[in-house]
Design a binder for this molecule. Sequence first.
Ligand SMILES: Nc1ncnc2c1ncn2[C@@H]1O[C@H](COP(=O)(O)OP(=O)(O)OP(=O)(O)O)[C@@H](O)[C@H]1O
Ligand SMILES: O=C(O)C1=C[C@@H](O)[C@@H](O)[C@H](O)C1
Ligand SMILES: [Mg+2]
Length: 172
Amino acid sequence: MERLILVGMMGAGKTTIGRELAKRCGMRFVDCDHEIEARTGVKIPTIFEIEGEEGFRRRETQVIDELTRIDGLVIATGGGAVMRAENRAMLAERGVVIYLNVPPQVLWERTRRDRNRPLLQVSNPRERIFSLHQQRDPLYREIADIVVDGGRGNPGGTIRQIQKALETCRKA
Ligand SMILES: Nc1ncnc2c1ncn2[C@@H]1O[C@H](COP(=O)(O)OP(=O)(O)OP(=O)(O)O)[C@@H](O)[C@H]1O
Ligand SMILES: O=C(O)C1=C[C@@H](O)[C@@H](O)[C@H](O)C1
Ligand SMILES: [Mg+2]
């Protein structure tokens, strides 16, 4: 398996699950959001403040393009990585794409206390999550090789589901 790519909404568990999955598969873990923060030296909200969402998306596409060429990686993408068609094409072509599907109500409960997600700094963040989920769910599905339920139980259960699905994938 050259690379595993996790997609899904903010709070779906891409970072949490990705890190542990990499450990179990003996692969290296990278997170696109962390990579962008490391390169710029600032947190994501600061990038949004200075360069706007468009500036952030340009950086995100660059990082996706670079990371998806490296072998042996588990890659956690940002929640909005599927918004650009060019990103979707790179992700779909260059790795096994795993969609962590989590109901919007659970996403809301997981992210409501977090201030590091600029798209949720609005007057009604819960509504925002529901509308982003509605808009993006078809895009995550469009590129997913595997769809897992990441909304119930603990991260360990979700990882077991992924490993099982990967075995089926390998046999196919
Ligand atoms: N399967 C799970 N079961 C229960 N809680 C989880 C699960 N996965 C993640 N969490 C919790 O949900 C929160 C959000 O997870 P995480 O930061 O990994 O999401 P993310 O998909 O990386 O979000 P973002 O796109 O904003 O970076 C964390 O507090 C994490 O502990
Ligand atoms: O859902 C989104 O559009 C985002 C999710 C985060 O992972 C970050 O990439 C950023 O906050 C934007
Ligand atoms: Mg994350």
